[in-house]
Design a protein around this ligand. Structure first.
Ligand code: ATR
Length: 292
C-alpha cells in the first residue's frame, strides 16, 4: 500500500462545501485511493455560495477528475454542469461531478448508496416490504426513490411539516407511478396501529443528532422482525439505542456515508471501491480523534 506521495501525475478529486471542515470524506476516499494503489488525492475545498460558479470552472482548468458537492451547494451546482443524470434532474440535486475532458457530468449517489448499504451491509432486501419513513426533506426524497425502485410494497410518510409529506406523495405518484403511500401526522406517529406490519423504519430527519431530541418511535412500537435505518451518523440516536437494546437489526448513517462515497469513487476511477477499507479508516479516525 505504501505512504501517499503527491507527484506531478497525481489525479485530483475533492469536495466543495461550506462549511467543509467537518467532512469525513477525505479520510475514507484517500484511504481507498491508497489501498488501490492509485496516484489520486481527495481534498476538501471550502467554497462559499457566491464562488460556486468559479469553483466549478476551476474543476475544468485544473483538470480535476471529480468533485463531491455538499451543503449548501447540491441544488445550485446544477446550472454549472454540462450533463445531468436522470436522477439528478428528478431530484434537483447533485452530489458528484465527473470531469470527462472538460465536460462536467452531475450525479447523485445518495439513493443508490443507501440501497447498496441496506442490501450489502444490512443484508436487507426492501422488495415487497412495508416501510415507515421519517422526513420529507432532500435526503428523504433521494432515499424513497431508491426504495420504490427496489420494489417496496407500502410506504408510510411522516414529516413534522405535513405539507412536505403531501408533496412527496404526489412526487412518488407522478414520477414513479407509486400510489401505495399513506401520510401520518407527526404528532400521531406513535399510535400502535400504525406499526403493524412495518418491516423497515428509515429516519432521514436530523432528529437524534442532539441529546435533548425527542423520541421518534416509542419502544413498544418496535419489534425484533423490523430493520431500522437511521441516516444520522455523528452519534448513536435514541432510535439506534432502542434497536441495539432490543436486538433489532439496524444501520446508522456511517454505512450510508461510506456507500454513497463508494459510488462516487467508482464513477471517478471506474473500479470497485474497497468498502471495508473505507469503513475501517473512519473507525480508526474516530478512535484517534475521539470524534463521537
Ligand atoms: P435533508 O436535505 O438532509 O433531508 P432538510 O431538507 O432540511 O435536510 O430536511 C430535514 C428533515 O428533518 C425534514 O424532514 C425536517 O422536518 P420539516 O420538514 O418539518 O422541517 C426534519 N426535522 C428537522 N428537525 C426536526 C425536529 N426537531 N423534529 C422533527 N423533524 C425535524
Amino acid at each position: 500500500m505504501g505512504k501517499m506521495q503527491i507527484t506531478g501525475e497525481t489525479t485530483i478529486t475533492g469536495v466543495f462545501g461550506y462549511p467543509v471542515k467537518h467532512s469525513l470524506s477525505p479520510v475514507f476516499q484517500n484511504a481507498a485511493f491508497q489501498h488501490c494503489g492509485l496516484n489520486w488525492v481527495y481534498i476538501p475545498f471550502e467554497v462559499s455560495p457566491e464562488n460556486l460558479g468559479k469553483a466549478v470552472e476551476a474543476i475544468r482548468f485544473f483538470s480535476m477528475k471529480g468533485m463531491n458537492i455538499t451543503i449548501p451547494h447540491k441544488k445550485n451546482v446544477l446550472k454549472y454542469l454540462d450533463f445531468l443524470d436522470e436522477e439528478v434532474k428528478l431530484l434537483g440535486v447533485a452530489n458528484t461531478i465527473v470531469n470527462e475532458d472538460g465536460f462536467l457530468k452531475g450525479y447523485t449517489t445518495d439513493g443508490i448508496g443507501f440501497l447498496r448499504s441496506l442490501k450489502e451491509d444490512g443484508n436487507f432486501n426492501p422488495e415487497k416490504k412495508n416501510v415507515f419513513l421519517f422526513g420529507a426533506g432532500g435526503a428523504g426524497f433521494a432515499l424513497t426513490g431508491s426504495l420504490v425502485n427496489a420494489g417496496i410494497s407500502r410506504l408510510v410518510i411522516c414529516n413534522r411539516t405535513y405539507e412536505k409529506a403531501v408533496i412527496m406523495k404526489t412526487h412518488l405518484k407522478k414520477y414513479f407511478s407509486f400510489e401505495n403511500t399513506e401520510i401520518v401526522q407527526f404528532e400521531e406517529r406513535n399510535q400502535s396501529s400504525l406499526w403493524k406490519g412495518i418491516d423497515l423504519i428509515v429516519n432521514t430527519t436530523s432528529v437524534g443528532m442532539k441529546d435533548e431530541d425527542i423520541v421518534l418511535v416509542e419502544e413498544e412500537n418496535l419489534n425484533e422482525a423490523m430493520f431500522i435505518y437511521d441516516i444520522v451518523y455523528n452519534r448513536k440516536t435514541k432510535l439506534i439505542k432502542s434497536a441495539a437494546k432490543r436486538g433489532i437489526r439496524y444501520l446508522d448513517g456511517l454505512s450510508m456515508l461510506v456507500f454513497q462515497g463508494a459510488v462516487s469513487f467508482t464513477l471517478w476511477t471506474g473500479i470497485e471501491a474497497p468498502i471495508d477499507i473505507m469503513k475501517k479508516s473512519l473507525i480508526e479516525y474516530r478512535k484517534n480523534t475521539n470524534n463521537t
